[in-house]
Design a protein around this ligand. Structure first.
Ligand SMILES: Cc1cc2nc3c(=O)[nH]c(=O)nc-3n(C[C@H](O)[C@H](O)[C@H](O)COP(=O)(O)OP(=O)(O)OC[C@H]3O[C@@H](n4cnc5c(N)ncnc54)[C@H](O)[C@@H]3O)c2cc1C
Length: 485
């Protein structure tokens, strides 16, 4: 039976010694992601540089029974990249080349580690837009985006990552390399495996190449912000804009706690007594944008916006968006721990959800800052807490649970874009029902018979199992044993 040292030396033979990171420092660096969850130490992290190397690592994992955890930039907010015990973290963020921009077919072929904002910038040089725009775009990777089916600020008009994935090269948990999709705009040959793999949270395959759809960059855009003394008025504005058959590229929302924190951090001159702020951007052809912007302004005023600002230049547009883009950073300064949540409801029920969240927060004595994608009905309540204070943290976790239940009760979802991972799996069955969970488990068991790929994420397999566990291996040190040596 192989010992850890033997596994490490076999990994070194596959990827080279310099690409196996097994020092305590490296293991600690890959023991957590952006989720407020306890870190878990992996055995090592490896940096493969081809699909063939990944296939060899996957084969080794099956033979030696250790879990593999794919990882991009580790910005995930549901614990998807958190290691399991005795696992090896498979890094892809160094694998960051844009391989092709096809101007005739409007596609980009990329490696999984390309940072989303780098792709935005690169395709814009050719007059194209890659719309998915997570708040973390300056650091997260396309591989992580596909694995989580990430959304972002432009979701309302342009959709989410799955709407832009045309093809995938994937190393399956058995070590086979699968190609699915391609540049053909229409392709209905066989089952749609691509869409099964998108959003599979690193549990069904490791993406090694990704073919993405691009669209022509809109001719122009107009950005504006509106402030309200009532949440209800802001919510009614959102519904009225949609009812007026305008689909803004962005329709984002910040509550009073978030406005205050952003102002304290970024000094943008925001009115700190406002109960709600909307950030609205319309885009498209110039005459349409001008018309839509005027109409949106009128709708805001009709619904009692008591202050408005329309950007007169690109510089000002960027500045107005800073308030939304720095929302999480600003809230995260208030307390040692911030739990960023991600619930969604049908758009018209957003005010009801916010009301419920505030009631639950008050009952449990937890401070909450809300912001999110108002146009999508996708809200990010941020629980400001302290994980070193057990009682306070327990109250925050209770609040998370109750808010997720409230979203389900309103016919919504426990996650609009951050995924289930480890953090949200406890309520998945309640939300999707047991036939759906059984179908997912069957699919996982069929594709990954030894449960080596990101085990324990999204759902547990029965009997409950954290993945392939070492059979007769030396006991490895846990995080607590080595973390602070
Ligand atoms: C401040 C902040 C703002 C955010 N804003 C948004 C937002 O607006 N919208 C949104 O949707 N998300 C948002 N996120 C969440 C997060 O950034 C996204 O989920 C992102 O897609 C994760 O990318 P990553 O490269 O960091 O992936 P990681 O966190 O490293 O991994 C995420 C998951 O993807 C899997 N994975 C990674 N790479 C691969 C691969 N090559 N093959 C197979 N599986 C892989 C991992 O196993 C894991 O399950 C935000 C996060 C932060 C911290």
């Amino acid at each position: 039976m192989a010992q850890i040292s033997s596994i490490i030396s076999q990994l070194r033979q596959i990827v080279g010694s310099e690409n196996v990171l097994d020092s305590n420092e490296a293991r600690i660096a890959y023991s957590y992601d952006a989720t407020a969850m306890k870190p878990r130490l992996p055995l090592a992290a490896v940096r493969p540089d081809s699909a063939e190397q990944i296939a060899q690592i996957v084969t080794l994992a099956n033979e030696e029974s250790f879990p593999l955890i794919p990882r991009g930039s580790g910005t995930g907010l549901s614990g998807g990249a958190l290691p399991s015990e005795n696992s090896v973290v498979l890094l892809t963020n160094h694998w960051n080349r844009i391989l092709e921009i096809d101007q005739e077919n409007l596609t980009a072929l990329v490696q999984p580690g390309v940072v989303t904002a780098n792709l935005h910038q690169e395709v814009e040089k050719f007059g194209f837009l890659y719309p998915p725009d997570p708040g973390s775009s300056s650091i997260c990777t396309i591989g992580g985006n596909v694995a989580e089916n990430s959304g972002g600020l432009r979701g309302l008009k342009y959709g989410v990552t799955k709407n832009y994935v045309l093809g995938l090269e994937v190393v399956l948990p058995t070590g086979e390399v699968l190609h699915t999709g391609g540049k053909s705009v229409k392709d209905v040959a066989g089952y749609n495996l691509k869409d099964v793999l998108i959003g599979s949270e690193g549990t069904l395959g490791i993406f090694t190449k990704i073919l993405l759809k691009l669209i022509p960059k809109p001719e122009t855009h107009k950005t504006m912000v509106a402030f309200y003394s009532s949440m209800d008025d802001a919510a009614k504005t959102v519904s009225a804009i949609i009812a007026a058959k305008i689909t803004p590229a962005m329709l984002e929302f910040l509550d009073n706690t978030t406005i205050r924190c952003v102002e304290d951090y970024a000094h943008l001159g925001l009115p700190v007594d406002a109960e709600a702020m909307l950030l609205i951007e319309v885009d498209g052809r110039k005459p349409v944008v001008e018309e839509d912007a005027i109409l949106v302004g009128e709708i805001c005023k009709r619904h009692n916006a008591n202050a408005m600002k329309v950007a007169e230049s690109e510089q000002e547009s960027v500045r107005l968006k800073v308030a939304r883009r720095s929302a999480f950073t600003s809230l995260a300064r208030v307390k040692p721990t911030t739990i960023m949540e991600d619930v969604g409801v049908p758009r018209a029920l957003l005010p009801k959800l916010i009301e419920r969240i505030n009631e639950i927060g008050k009952k449990n004595g937890v401070q909450i800052g809300n912001f999110g994608h108002a146009g999508d009905g996708n809200l990010h309540p941020n629980y400001l807490t302290n994980e070193r204070d057990a009682a306070e943290f327990a109250r925050a976790e209770k609040t998370v649970f109750e808010v997720e239940e409230a979203a389900i009760d309103l016919g919504g979802t426990i996650t609009g874009e951050h995924g289930v991972g480890l953090y949200k799996k406890r309520l998945l069955e309640k939300m999707v029902g047991s036939p759906s969970i059984r179908m997912m488990q069957t699919l996982k068991q069929m594709m990954d018979p030894n449960n080596i790929l990101n085990p324990g994420k999204v759902f547990d397999l029965k009997p409950k199992c954290e993945g392939a566990l070492p059979r007769d291996r030396e006991k490895i040190k846990k995080f607590e044993d080595v973390a602070w040596i």
